[in-house]
Design a protein around this ligand. Sequence first.
Ligand code: 6GU
Length: 225
Amino acid sequence: MKIDIISCQPGLIDGFFSQSIVKNAIQSNLVEIKTHDLRPFGNGNYRQIDDYQYGGGAGMVLMIEPLAKLIRQLQEKTTYDQVIYLTPDGKTLNQKSVNKLSLSKNLLMICGHYKGIDERVRELFVTQEISIGDYVLSGGEIAAAVLTDAIVRLIPGVINDETSALTDSFQDDLLAPPVYTRPADFEGAKVPEILMSGNEKLINDWRLEKSIERTTQRRPDLLPK
Ligand code: 6GU
Protein backbone atom coordinates (compact mmCIF):
# COMPACT_ATOMS: atom_id res chain seq x y z
CA MET A 1 0.00 0.00 0.00
CA LYS A 2 1.08 3.56 -0.62
CA ILE A 3 -0.18 6.56 1.34
CA ASP A 4 0.63 10.09 0.17
CA ILE A 5 -0.14 12.90 2.59
CA ILE A 6 -0.35 16.59 1.67
CA SER A 7 0.39 18.98 4.52
CA CYS A 8 1.84 22.40 5.23
CA GLN A 9 3.52 20.93 8.32
CA PRO A 10 4.90 17.59 7.08
CA GLY A 11 7.35 17.45 9.98
CA LEU A 12 4.47 16.80 12.35
CA ILE A 13 3.53 13.64 10.48
CA ASP A 14 7.06 12.44 9.75
CA GLY A 15 7.85 12.61 13.46
CA PHE A 16 4.91 10.40 14.26
CA PHE A 17 5.84 7.78 11.65
CA SER A 18 9.50 7.64 12.66
CA GLN A 19 8.29 5.72 15.74
CA SER A 20 5.69 3.10 16.43
CA ILE A 21 4.22 0.17 14.55
CA VAL A 22 3.95 2.29 11.41
CA LYS A 23 7.73 2.67 11.36
CA ASN A 24 8.18 -1.12 11.40
CA ALA A 25 5.64 -1.49 8.60
CA ILE A 26 7.55 1.03 6.48
CA GLN A 27 10.87 -0.70 7.16
CA SER A 28 9.36 -4.07 6.20
CA ASN A 29 8.12 -2.52 2.92
CA LEU A 30 4.53 -3.32 3.83
CA VAL A 31 3.54 0.29 3.33
CA GLU A 32 5.10 3.35 1.72
CA ILE A 33 4.19 6.66 3.33
CA LYS A 34 5.25 9.95 1.77
CA THR A 35 4.45 13.40 3.07
CA HIS A 36 4.31 16.26 0.57
CA ASP A 37 4.93 19.82 1.68
CA LEU A 38 2.37 22.19 0.17
CA ARG A 39 4.54 25.28 0.65
CA PRO A 40 6.80 24.92 -2.46
CA PHE A 41 3.63 24.86 -4.58
CA GLY A 42 2.53 28.26 -3.27
CA ASN A 43 1.97 31.33 -5.45
CA GLY A 44 4.67 33.91 -6.14
CA ASN A 45 8.01 34.58 -4.50
CA TYR A 46 6.49 34.17 -1.05
CA ARG A 47 5.01 30.77 -1.93
CA GLN A 48 1.63 31.89 -0.65
CA ILE A 49 -0.67 28.97 0.15
CA ASP A 50 -3.46 30.64 2.14
CA ASP A 51 -5.55 33.78 1.91
CA TYR A 52 -8.47 35.67 3.49
CA GLN A 53 -11.90 34.26 2.76
CA TYR A 54 -14.32 35.91 0.35
CA GLY A 55 -17.19 37.56 2.15
CA GLY A 56 -15.02 38.40 5.14
CA GLY A 57 -14.53 36.65 8.45
CA ALA A 58 -11.67 35.52 10.61
CA GLY A 59 -9.24 32.80 9.61
CA MET A 60 -7.16 31.93 6.57
CA VAL A 61 -8.20 29.45 3.90
CA LEU A 62 -5.87 27.19 1.91
CA MET A 63 -5.94 28.32 -1.74
CA ILE A 64 -6.97 26.04 -4.56
CA GLU A 65 -4.05 26.65 -6.94
CA PRO A 66 -1.19 25.23 -4.83
CA LEU A 67 -3.35 22.25 -3.79
CA ALA A 68 -4.51 21.58 -7.36
CA LYS A 69 -0.93 21.77 -8.64
CA LEU A 70 0.34 19.28 -6.07
CA ILE A 71 -2.65 16.91 -6.31
CA ARG A 72 -2.40 16.82 -10.12
CA GLN A 73 1.33 16.17 -9.97
CA LEU A 74 0.73 13.22 -7.64
CA GLN A 75 -2.16 11.92 -9.75
CA GLU A 76 0.09 11.81 -12.81
CA LYS A 77 2.18 9.14 -11.12
CA THR A 78 -0.43 7.34 -9.05
CA THR A 79 -4.06 6.33 -9.37
CA TYR A 80 -5.68 6.75 -5.97
CA ASP A 81 -8.48 4.59 -4.59
CA GLN A 82 -9.56 7.58 -2.52
CA VAL A 83 -8.58 11.21 -2.11
CA ILE A 84 -9.38 11.86 1.53
CA TYR A 85 -9.81 15.28 3.10
CA LEU A 86 -9.44 15.25 6.90
CA THR A 87 -12.00 17.69 8.26
CA PRO A 88 -14.17 18.01 11.38
CA ASP A 89 -17.27 18.22 9.15
CA GLY A 90 -16.48 14.89 7.46
CA LYS A 91 -18.03 11.49 8.22
CA THR A 92 -16.92 10.27 11.65
CA LEU A 93 -14.30 7.54 11.36
CA ASN A 94 -15.14 4.06 12.66
CA GLN A 95 -13.59 0.59 12.43
CA LYS A 96 -15.77 -0.39 9.46
CA SER A 97 -14.52 2.45 7.31
CA VAL A 98 -10.94 1.74 8.44
CA ASN A 99 -11.33 -1.92 7.43
CA LYS A 100 -12.57 -0.87 4.00
CA LEU A 101 -9.74 1.63 3.49
CA SER A 102 -7.14 -0.96 4.53
CA LEU A 103 -7.95 -2.87 1.32
CA SER A 104 -6.85 0.09 -0.83
CA LYS A 105 -3.76 0.13 -2.99
CA ASN A 106 -3.09 3.88 -2.99
CA LEU A 107 -4.51 6.63 -0.78
CA LEU A 108 -4.05 10.38 -0.88
CA MET A 109 -4.79 12.36 2.28
CA ILE A 110 -5.10 16.13 2.44
CA CYS A 111 -4.57 17.95 5.73
CA GLY A 112 -6.34 21.27 6.04
CA HIS A 113 -5.36 24.12 8.28
CA TYR A 114 -6.67 27.42 9.57
CA LYS A 115 -10.32 27.81 8.48
CA GLY A 116 -10.05 24.92 6.03
CA ILE A 117 -9.53 24.64 2.29
CA ASP A 118 -11.24 26.31 -0.65
CA GLU A 119 -14.53 24.47 -1.20
CA ARG A 120 -13.67 23.86 -4.88
CA VAL A 121 -10.82 21.54 -3.87
CA ARG A 122 -13.43 19.36 -2.18
CA GLU A 123 -15.72 19.46 -5.20
CA LEU A 124 -13.02 18.81 -7.79
CA PHE A 125 -10.58 16.42 -6.16
CA VAL A 126 -11.80 14.93 -2.87
CA THR A 127 -13.67 11.59 -2.89
CA GLN A 128 -14.07 11.08 0.86
CA GLU A 129 -14.21 13.44 3.84
CA ILE A 130 -13.30 12.05 7.24
CA SER A 131 -13.45 13.42 10.79
CA ILE A 132 -11.92 11.58 13.73
CA GLY A 133 -14.47 12.81 16.28
CA ASP A 134 -16.68 15.64 17.45
CA TYR A 135 -14.02 18.11 18.55
CA VAL A 136 -11.81 20.50 16.62
CA LEU A 137 -8.07 20.04 16.10
CA SER A 138 -5.87 22.87 14.87
CA GLY A 139 -4.94 20.92 11.75
CA GLY A 140 -5.62 17.70 9.89
CA GLU A 141 -2.15 16.25 10.55
CA ILE A 142 -2.96 14.47 13.78
CA ALA A 143 -6.16 13.14 12.20
CA ALA A 144 -4.15 11.87 9.19
CA ALA A 145 -1.72 10.18 11.59
CA VAL A 146 -4.63 8.57 13.47
CA LEU A 147 -6.22 7.35 10.24
CA THR A 148 -2.92 6.07 8.87
CA ASP A 149 -2.11 4.19 12.07
CA ALA A 150 -5.55 2.58 12.15
CA ILE A 151 -5.19 1.48 8.51
CA VAL A 152 -1.57 0.32 8.57
CA ARG A 153 -1.98 -1.98 11.57
CA LEU A 154 -4.55 -3.97 9.57
CA ILE A 155 -2.17 -4.73 6.70
CA PRO A 156 -1.29 -8.44 6.94
CA GLY A 157 2.14 -8.91 8.52
CA VAL A 158 2.24 -5.55 10.30
CA ILE A 159 1.13 -6.92 13.65
CA ASN A 160 3.16 -10.01 14.60
CA ASP A 161 0.34 -12.02 16.07
CA GLU A 162 -1.83 -12.37 12.98
CA THR A 163 -5.05 -12.78 14.90
CA SER A 164 -4.42 -9.84 17.18
CA ALA A 165 -6.07 -7.16 15.04
CA LEU A 166 -9.12 -9.35 14.60
CA THR A 167 -9.82 -9.44 18.32
CA ASP A 168 -9.58 -5.67 18.79
CA SER A 169 -12.41 -3.76 20.36
CA PHE A 170 -14.95 -2.78 17.66
CA GLN A 171 -13.82 -5.46 15.19
CA ASP A 172 -17.03 -7.44 15.89
CA ASP A 173 -19.06 -4.51 17.26
CA LEU A 174 -18.05 -5.47 20.79
CA LEU A 175 -15.48 -3.97 23.12
CA ALA A 176 -12.55 -6.27 23.93
CA PRO A 177 -12.68 -8.29 27.18
CA PRO A 178 -10.30 -7.54 30.09
CA VAL A 179 -6.79 -8.99 29.81
CA TYR A 180 -4.30 -10.03 32.50
CA THR A 181 -0.67 -11.06 32.75
CA ARG A 182 1.62 -12.19 35.56
CA PRO A 183 1.49 -12.14 38.54
CA ALA A 184 -1.68 -14.17 39.17
CA ASP A 185 -2.07 -12.41 42.51
CA PHE A 186 -1.11 -8.75 43.00
CA GLU A 187 -1.54 -7.78 46.65
CA GLY A 188 -4.72 -9.83 46.78
CA ALA A 189 -6.08 -8.67 43.39
CA LYS A 190 -6.44 -11.98 41.59
CA VAL A 191 -6.65 -13.01 37.95
CA PRO A 192 -9.98 -14.78 37.21
CA GLU A 193 -9.48 -18.55 37.76
CA ILE A 194 -11.02 -19.47 34.43
CA LEU A 195 -8.21 -17.83 32.47
CA MET A 196 -5.72 -20.18 34.14
CA SER A 197 -7.89 -23.28 33.65
CA GLY A 198 -6.40 -24.21 30.30
CA ASN A 199 -9.92 -24.92 29.00
CA GLU A 200 -10.09 -23.03 25.71
CA LYS A 201 -13.85 -23.36 25.31
CA LEU A 202 -14.56 -22.02 28.81
CA ILE A 203 -12.06 -19.20 28.29
CA ASN A 204 -13.64 -18.15 24.97
CA ASP A 205 -17.12 -18.24 26.52
CA TRP A 206 -15.93 -16.13 29.44
CA ARG A 207 -14.30 -13.60 27.12
CA LEU A 208 -17.44 -13.26 25.00
CA GLU A 209 -19.54 -12.82 28.13
CA LYS A 210 -17.20 -10.09 29.40
CA SER A 211 -17.19 -8.40 26.00
CA ILE A 212 -20.98 -8.25 25.98
CA GLU A 213 -21.09 -7.10 29.60
CA ARG A 214 -18.54 -4.36 28.94
CA THR A 215 -20.26 -3.21 25.75
CA THR A 216 -23.64 -3.15 27.48
CA GLN A 217 -22.27 -1.03 30.32
CA ARG A 218 -20.04 1.34 28.35
CA ARG A 219 -21.24 1.44 24.74
CA PRO A 220 -24.79 0.14 24.45
CA ASP A 221 -25.01 2.05 21.14
CA LEU A 222 -22.69 -0.57 19.58
CA LEU A 223 -24.97 -3.53 20.35
CA PRO A 224 -27.14 -4.93 17.56
CA LYS A 225 -30.67 -3.51 17.75
CL1 6GU B 1 -10.04 15.40 10.48
N1 6GU B 1 -9.47 17.79 11.40
C1 6GU B 1 -9.53 18.75 12.31
N2 6GU B 1 -8.90 19.91 12.09
N3 6GU B 1 -10.19 18.63 13.45
C2 6GU B 1 -10.81 17.47 13.66
C3 6GU B 1 -10.79 16.42 12.76
C4 6GU B 1 -10.09 16.61 11.60
N4 6GU B 1 -11.51 15.39 13.25
C5 6GU B 1 -11.95 15.82 14.42
N5 6GU B 1 -11.53 17.06 14.67
